[in-house]
Design a protein around this ligand. Structure first.
Ligand code: CP
Length: 359
C-alpha cells in the first residue's frame, strides 16, 4: 500500500502523475466532484495548521467525500496516553485515508507501519512536509510551464526549514536544476542535504549571503521565515535580518518571468508591497495546495490495492540493539517504537524515523 511520508516515497513518474491530475482538476473541476463519494478522510492534527488542514478538508469536500478528525489532540484519547500507532489503528476503522500532522518527527512513518489505510504526512516537526512539496512543484509548473532546467533560490532558514529540504529532494529528480542557497551562517543548509541529495544527484548549487547578488538569475525565489530564536546572538539577528526580507526594490532586479513562492505563514520576510506584483505566486500556491491534495487523495486510493504502487523496498535496520536516536523529538524517543536506522552512502548512520545523524 502506498503512503506518503517523504517526497521520495513517490517515484518521479508517480509525482508527475499527481501533478498532471491536479492540472486536469484545475481545468475540469466538474469531472471530479463525485470521485470520493462515500469515502472519508481523517485529519489528525496534533499541531496547529491553517493551510494544510483546511486544504485537505476542502479537497475532500470538492471530491464529494466527507471529513472527520481532530485539530487539537487534547480533545481526543491522545490526552489519555493513546499512542500514534493505536490511534491510526482505530481511525482506520472509520476512514479510508488519514492525513496526520505531528510535532514528533517520524510519527507518520510509525503510523504507516501499522495502518490499514494510506497515511499522508501533513508535516512532522522539522523533518518533512511532502504535500507542501507537491504544492510547490505544481505551482512551479503552473507559473513557468516546466520544472526541468529551473534555477531556484532558497532564502531564509535553510537549516530547519522542512519545506526546503523536501523540495530540494524532489527537485533533484528533475533535469538541469540549479539551486542557489541564500542564508545567514547560522541557518545554512545542512551538509547531509548538500552531500546526500545535491552531490549524489548532480544538482548544481552555490551559497551566497544576499538576495540582490543573484536575483537576476532566478526563475523561482522560495522564501522562508528567519526566526529570531534560531540565533545565539541577538545582535547578529539584527545585523542580518533585512538581507532576507523581500521588498519592491529587490523585486526590481528580478527577471520579468519568475515566481516568488513561500509555504506561508509569513511574518515579515515578504513586505506587503510585493503582493501586487504579478510574480508574487504565494497565494496562488495556497490554492494549488487544494488541487494537488485532491489529486493525491484520488491517486492513493486508486493505488491502494495495486502492487505496482507500493512503498520503496528498503526498511530500517536494527544495527546494534543498544543504538538510540539522538533526537529528543523523534518518535522512537517518545513512544514504544523500536529504534531502527539506515546507512547513507558516505557511511553516516541515520535514524530511520527522523533522519537525524546518529553516528
Ligand atoms: N504551509 C503550511 O504548512 O501551512 P500551515 O502550517 O498553516 O498548514
Amino acid at each position: 500500500m502506498k503512503h506518503l511520508i517523504d517526497p521520495t516515497d513517490l517515484t518521479k513518474v508517480e509525482t508527475d502523475q499527481i501533478i498532471s491530475l491536479a492540472e486536469d482538476i484545475i481545468s475540469n473541476p466538474d469531472n471530479y466532484n463525485e470521485k470520493m463519494r462515500h469515502r472519508k478522510l481523517a485529519t489528525l492534527f496534533y499541531e496547529p495548521s491553517t493551510r494544510t488542514r483546511l486544504s485537505f478538508t476542502s479537497a475532500m469536500m470538492e471530491l464529494g467525500g466527507n471529513v472527520l478528525g481532530f485539530s487539537d489532540a487534547k480533545s481526543s484519547s491522545v490526552s489519555k496516553g493513546e499512542t500514534v500507532q493505536d490511534t491510526v489503528r482505530v481511525v482506520g476503522c472509520f476512514a479510508d485515508v488519514i492525513a496526520m500532522r505531528h510535532s514528533i518527527e517520524g510519527a507518520p512513518l510509525a503510523a504507516a507501519e501499522v495502518s490499514e489505510v494510506p497515511i499522508i504526512n501533513a508535516g512532522d516537526g522539522s523533518h518533512s512536509h511532502p504535500t507542501q512539496t507537491l504544492t510547490d512543484l505544481l505551482t512551479i509548473k503552473c507559473e513557468l510551464g516546466h520544472i526541468d532546467g529551473i534555477t531556484i533560490g532558497f532564502c531564509g532558514d535553510l537549516r530547519f526549514g522542512r519545506t526546503v529540504h523536501s523540495l530540494i529532494k524532489a527537485l533533484s529528480r528533475y533535469n538541469g536544476i540549479k539551486v542557489v542557497l541564500i542564508a545567514p551562517d547560522e541557518l545554512r543548509l545542512p551538509d547531509y542535504i548538500k552531500q546526500d541529495v545535491c552531490d549524489r544527484m548532480g544538482v548544481a548549487y552555490k551559497e551566497v549571503s544576499t538576495i540582490e547578488e543573484v536575483m537576476g538569475e532566478l526563475d523561482v525565489l522560495y522564501m522562508t521565515r528567519v526566526q529570531k530564536e534560531r540565533f545565539l546572538d541577538e545582535d547578529e539577528f539584527d545585523r542580518v535580518k533585512d538581507s532576507f526580507v523581500l521588498d519592491a526594490n529587490k523585486m526590481s532586479l528580478a527577471k520579468e518571468k519568475m515566481a516568488v513562492l513561500h509555504p506561508l505563514p509569513r511574518v515579515n520576510e515578504i513586505l506587503p508591497e510585493v503582493d501586487a506584483d504579478p510574480r508574487a505566486a504565494y497565494f496562488r500556491q495556497v490554492r494549488n495546495g487544494k488541487y494537488v491534495r485532491m489529486a493525491l487523495i484520488t491517486k492513493l486510493l486508486e493505488w491502494k490495492n495495486d502492487p505496482e504502487h507500493g512503498m520503496p523496498e528498503h526498511e530500517g535496520e536494527i544495527i546494534d540493539p543498544a543504538l538510540r536516536c539522538t533526537n529528543k523529538k523523534c518518535i522512537c524517543n517518545n513512544e514504544k517504537v523500536k529504534p531502527r536506522f539506515h546507512i547513507s552512502e558516505n557511511g553516516t548512520v541515520r535514524c530511520w524515523y527522523c533522519d537525524s545523524k546518529v553516528k
